[in-house]
Design a protein around this ligand. Sequence first.
Ligand SMILES: [Zn+2]
Length: 242
Amino acid sequence: MISGTLGPGTRYVFTDRHGGHSSAPFDGCNLSSRVGDDPDQVAANRRAVAGRLGIDPDRVVFLHQVHGADVVVAEQQWNGDAPQADGVVTTRRGLVLAVLAADCTPVLVADPDIGMVGAGHAGRPGLVRGVVPALLDRMRELGANPERAVAAIGPSVCGGCYEVPAPMQAEVAAAVPAARALTRQGTPALDIAAGVAAQLRAGGVPTVTRFPVCTMESPDHYSHRREGSPSGRFAGYVWLEP
Ligand SMILES: [Zn+2]
């Protein structure tokens, strides 16, 4: 588990597959209720993570992620089903924002001065559709200043591993040039996290930390590309301390 702060009064965590008890192929700490795992086990894994973090499991907000660019504002736990969105923002202290990933890029942002945190899920479609710029726009609308924000990019598939057909690489690189990469074999690839970092910087965020963990190479993480479907999901959590 990677944990830290995005400035005074903020905390974040990127979980891994350890510390939960799902059965194969989700074995470990799968936090997604939408990949076919036993819902009771997913709930138990979420409670286990909350216990380790010292947070209230009923104050953790997950999204129904759809590889889009919609960003919602969370005031409390959802009343009913989670909204379909890939970004979420809150100013509520103690309300924990969570995004799920297993090769896609989880990104967490905070403006500690105003007391606002945001979380986003950017895979290849979300990068192109601009979920990260949409997240920053939403935070700015609500009074945050991206120019004093701090961001963390969690474990995701690296450019050396994420091979794609050349036309797909060209399409993504036309939208986000920084995502262009080569595999270790020299074939066309994408580095989604590099694209996310470029979008954050273009949006004004001066401080971006990227953890050099490739999910496809790390046995500690779920990887959709390595494990195939179905596979589990780990999560990025960010919150303002109560
Ligand atoms: Zn890799």
